[in-house]
Design a binder for this molecule. Structure first.
Ligand SMILES: [Zn+2]
Length: 459
């Protein structure tokens, strides 16, 4: 007889009679759940978010939650998954968020089928194994374990899983409103933050995401009457747009700082050292330090931390090779510093272009949000959680480039924190990319992370 690995036994059981009550909260249980979850191809348009939501519900119900604790509401072809674990009501409710959908993956480009989870070389491979089914699974496993062990939260715990985080974000917008209506006072977003380890598995840092830049696209447009290409008029829409593009690409926004980026730059500056580390510390002390700004602007990984950035990303123009162009359009993608309005940046871009024939517009309402305050209760709980999961790890506040589901909650005044339980080596991060994977060894500490985090905030 071949001895099957334990997860395979669990996996087969899950496949036959979905919910399994065996050893909830243990790493093998969570791994089986994760692998089964990857099998739901939850890319937009394939209708697999509702079955994945139903599956998660079946697992939670088998783990001790009541059927009526969990609502699955259709949102287009996606779903809004909403669990409420009633607490004693001593404190206002908290919410945990994650997303069920995944980014597209072309099986032809992958070494293995992206929608069949495979364990090999110490990893679980599959689209969504990391983003965000890893933390969704860890949270679900932890809630089942706590429930089965008789834990009673002192506040309601809402679990919101969205269905279109990677695309429209409609579900999260709805969920944020539901959270607000339920009196939720803070959000733990499993789809943000997280830690790094070195090759020996030693933690090298943990980011607690407390702010997010605003994502916005602008259209820079030149239109005119055009004409025959044999009769140049002296004004040319493509040439005008090209000149405007150069000005926009050369423009630098005034650097900015907030509590979160200051804390992050100080912590990173100390551990980075060298000229870059010194520049991070100098900027944290004085955000007008020109020499420090020059060093940080030259680093693609840091330039976005010190202010708004905008870059030309798409261009189109003209309609025939033998006609003067009647229209030329440039898309400029911006990552706006928290607290700055989308309209303020639009007006600034128009000033930079400095040509009345060139219009800067944006066709969409982009959600802009303030940074979340570094609440002492959240900081203390996350500090305990990461230290328990990965001894030696200390959380450092961080600002993300945007945009996660947290923006909808922050926009309604609910402070939100990206607090993933994942720690992995930089070289293994293939989120949104080819051959996405997570280390099997990351599962057990992530369960510790979520257990400590939830119990600290709801005990
Ligand atoms: Zn994600």
């Amino acid at each position: 007889m071949t001895a099957f690995p334990r997860w395979l036994t669990l996996f087969s059981l899950l496949a036959v009679a979905a919910p399994v009550a065996a050893a909830p909260g243990d790493a093998d249980f969570a791994k089986a759940l994760l692998m089964k979850g990857v099998g739901f191809d939850t890319v937009k348009g394939r209708g697999k978010v509702p079955p994945y939501a139903a599956y998660l519900k079946s697992v939670l119900v088998a783990g001790g939650f009541a059927d009526s604790d969990i609502a699955i509401e259709p949102v287009g072809e996606m779903a809004n998954f909403h669990l409420v674990w009633k607490g004693s009501g001593k404190k206002p409710p908290l919410a945990i968020a994650g997303h069920m959908d995944v980014v597209e993956a072309n099986p032809k480009d992958w070494v293995r089928d992206p929608f069949t989870a495979i364990e090999a070389d110490g990893f679980v491979f599959g689209r969504g194994a990391g983003d965000n089914k890893f933390d969704v699974t860890m949270v679900v496993s932890t809630l089942i374990a706590l429930k089965s062990q008789g834990f009673t939260p002192n506040r309601d715990i809402h679990l919101f899983l969205s269905g279109d985080e990677e695309t429209e974000g409609v579900t999260a917008e709805l969920q944020a409103k539901q959270a607000k209506a339920a009196g939720v006072e803070l959000l733990l977003n499993s789809d943000g933050g997280g830690g790094g380890i070195d090759a020996a598995g030693k933690p090298i840092g943990y980011s607690l995401s407390a702010a997010e830049k605003t994502y916005a696209d602008y259209q820079v447009t030149v239109t005119n009457a055009g004409g025959h290409s044999s009769r140049p008029t002296g004004t040319n829409a493509i040439a005008q747009l090209a000149a405007a593009t150069t000005r926009l690409a050369d423009y630098k926004f005034i650097p900015q700082i907030n509590d979160i980026t200051r804390a992050s730059l100080i912590a990173q500056g100390r551990s980075t050292g060298g000229a870059t580390g010194a520049a991070m510390l100098a900027f944290a002390a004085n955000p007008r330090d020109a020499a420090a700004i020059a060093v940080l602007r030259a680093e693609p990984g840091l330039v976005g931390q010190i202010g708004t950035t905008c870059v030309p990303t798409l261009v189109s123009g003209g309609h025939a090779p033998n006609a003067l162009p009647q229209k030329a359009v440039l898309t400029v993608n911006c990552r706006i510093f928290p607290g700055v309005k989308v309209e303020t940046v639009r007006a600034e871009l128009e000033k930079v272009v400095a040509d009345p024939a060139v219009k800067v517009t944006t066709g969409q309402e982009w959600v802009s949000t303030p940074a979340s305050p570094l609440r002492p209760d959240v900081m203390a709980a996350v500090t305990r959680a990461v230290a328990a999961a990965r001894p030696g790890a200390v959380p450092v506040p961080a600002m993300d480039a945007g945009a996660s589901d947290s923006v909808y909650y922050r926009a309604l005044g609910i402070p939100s924190y990206g607090v993933s339980g994942m720690f992995m080596e930089e070289k293994d991060v293939f989120i949104h990319g080819l051959n996405e994977r997570i280390p099997v060894a990351a599962i057990a500490p992530a369960l510790v992370h979520w257990r400590v985090l939830i119990t600290e905030l709801a005990k």
